[in-house]
Write a protein that binds this ligand. Structure first.
Ligand code: FES
Length: 569
């Protein structure tokens, strides 16, 4: 094993070495821990404000045991944690900031390998993005899903929040029942129990080869999650000795595998944005069109909410993600390297499907079409996305009149107005919720349907925006329209009553307004006043890229490696 980077601190002689070691020793660390053994950082997003990650101190202890068993020296450190449910205006606004924290924390410290502890939606991409820009041996452990909720004899999860809201609006459940359901849904530690964005990210991690097998689905409350953490602690020490860096695992093939697996499990649309951003950091040339291309022949194999019926816990009992990966054997890059030094195919060779109601075969899938469809036309010249498995088949080809909301506040003000001219054939258009416009690209794209239509039994309509949708959301929802309204995209020029045509089969999204008329409208268009003239948000607005590029900051693309050139003391 070559001299490790941590020895540039702990291996120094004289005053510098004294300073690097002496203060560490105030934690009760014996001298031999500094003898050149691998120093393993445990990058922890634990926070009581990120409830999905609130059990991570326990997982970190399991990782430490594993690191010590393998002869390494574990050091746990905190980074910015992003709790999806509490952070305003949206956790996505801070994904890039957290990634900067991770990148600089890893590079600046005497760390030879790092274990990333992530769970709630944005904590996963932010940690991986930051680590990619340093590129040392890295292993990811996800926090695991909650056990499924139970309410009044039924299994419930995050996707039911939207159903409860509609039922509550219609008076079908009372205020008391609504509050009662809260405690019944989130009843254990862990992240959202359905195939929302957190589970999608955990699946992405395993499909990319960044975790040990079965990382995606072991419930947070299951002690096997602790075992996985301990084994991961042992393995990262070996990875340092093998110099198995992120860039050796995150190849073009790994990204293609991840897109195919995401399609097979009906993963979140947020996957597109995060995977593009990760590819941008590690230097793999991935485009939005790759998501359509590589998910086209992949049917839905996982029967998981919101595209299907079951929960992550059920997937684990049915064979876990390796069972899905094994079904995809004929299309995946089998030999793509993973953190345990084996190919992804070899890791899933022994997987067994225990329940065909949850994991289907390629020959008899749950739905023939899955994945992400990328739509282009004069309304989305750089692309927009839709998740066919969560949409209504009858609406996948639809022409209707636009009902336009200039901002999310405008939507809230007018959506329940009895005089709002809207019916089930209308297309709802929401502007200024994109990366710059919100700012931070809020998860508001699956706008609630007005009560007067719910009462008529309408539960889905075509909705279009430059924002995102929660991974637990569903419906015929077109998202990530690029360029966004705040960047002068044609979506900014849509007016009430304009006809819009959506054709998912042919991948088109068009505003039926002539080019001349659009030129006229553009003369009167003024960008929405964002009113942020200082601090991080100002930096974000001025540097965030559009959704079709992954919404990373332009100056964060690529990496700076792990070498620190200046040395003080
Ligand atoms: Fe944290 Fe859903 S809110 S994973």
């Amino acid at each position: 094993m070559e001299k490790l980077r941590s020895q540039n601190w702990f291996g120094k002689k004289g005053k510098d070495g004294f300073i690097y070691r002496a203060w560490m020793k105030n934690q009760g660390i014996p001298a031999d821990m500094f003898d050149g053994r691998p120093v393993i950082g445990i990058c922890n997003t634990w926070s009581e404000l990120t409830p999905c990650n609130a059990h991570f101190r326990d997982l970190a202890e399991s990782v430490k045991k594993g690191v010590l068993e393998a002869g390494g020296f574990p050091v746990e450190f905190p980074v910015m944690s992003l709790g999806e449910t509490l952070i305003k205006p949206t956790a996505m606004l801070y994904r890039n900031l957290a990634s900067m924290d991770v990148e600089e924390s890893i590079r600046a410290n005497p760390i030879d390998g790092v274990v990333l502890l992530c769970g709630c939606d944005k904590t996963t991409p932010s940690l991986i993005m930051g680590a990619c820009s340093v590129d040392i041996p890295t292993l990811v452990i996800s926090g695991g899903p909650m056990l499924k909720g139970h309410w009044r004899g039924k299994d419930i999860g995050t996707s039911d929040v939207w159903r409860f809201d509609e039922a509550h609006k219609l008076g079908e459940i009372t205020d008391e029942e609504f509050v009662e359901a809260e405690a019944c849904m989130a009843r254990t530690q862990g992240h959202c129990a359905v195939m929302g964005t957190a589970s999608t990210m955990a699946t992405m991690v395993e499909a990319l080869g960044l975790s040990l097998p079965n990382n995606a689905a072991i419930p947070a409350a299951d002690v096997r999650r602790k075992v996985l953490s301990q084994l991961s602690g042992r393995r990262i020490v070996e990875m340092v000795k093998e110099d198995l860096k992120l860039s050796k695992i995150l190849t073009r093939e790994a990204f293609e595998n991840s897109i195919m697996v995401n399609a097979a499990i009906g993963g979140s649309t947020n996957f597109v944005i995060h995977l593009l951003a990760i590819a941008g950091r590690i230097g793999v040339d991935l485009t939005i069109d790759d998501f359509d291309k590589y998910s086209q022949q992949i049917p839905l194999l996982g029967n998981l909410q919101p595209s299907g019926k079951f929960f992550m816990e059920d997937l684990y009992y049915a064979g876990g993600l390796p069972a899905i990966i094994k079904e995809l054997k004929s299309v995946l890059h089998d030999d793509a390297l993973t953190v345990n030094g084996k190919g992804i195919g070899e890791n899933s060779e022994k997987a067994i499907v225990y329940d065909r109601n949850i994991v289907a075969t390629m020959a008899e899938p749950f739905k023939p079409e899955s994945g992400i469809a990328v739509l282009r036309g004069n309304l989305s010249p750089n692309g927009a996305v839709i998740k066919p498995s969560a949409a209504t088949p009858a609406l996948m080809k639809h022409r209707g009149k636009a009902v336009v909301f200039e901002t999310i506040e405008d939507y809230h003000t007018r959506i329940e107005d009895p005089n709002l001219a809207i019916d089930e054939t209308s297309i709802m258009v929401l502007k200024n919720v994109g990366p710059k416009g919100y700012p931070g690209m809020a998860e508001v794209g699956n706008m609630g349907i007005p009560k007067k239509l719910l009462e008529k039994g309408v539960h889905d309509m075509v909705r279009i925006s430059d924002g995102r949708m929660s991974g637990t959301g569903f419906g015929t929802v077109v998202l990530h329209v690029s360029p966004e309204a705040a960047d002068g995209g044609n979506i900014a020029l849509v007016q009430n009553g304009d006809y819009i045509s959506l054709d998912v089969e042919n991948r088109t999204l068009n505003l039926e307004v002539s080019e001349n008329e659009l030129i006229e409208r553009r003369k009167n268009w003024k960008p929405y006043d964002l009113k942020y003239n200082r601090g991080y948000v100002n930096l974000y607005i001025n540097h965030v890229e559009q959704a079709h590029l992954g919404a990373d900051m332009d100056f964060l693309k690529g990496g700076s490696g792990s070498i620190v050139t200046r040395d003080s003391h």
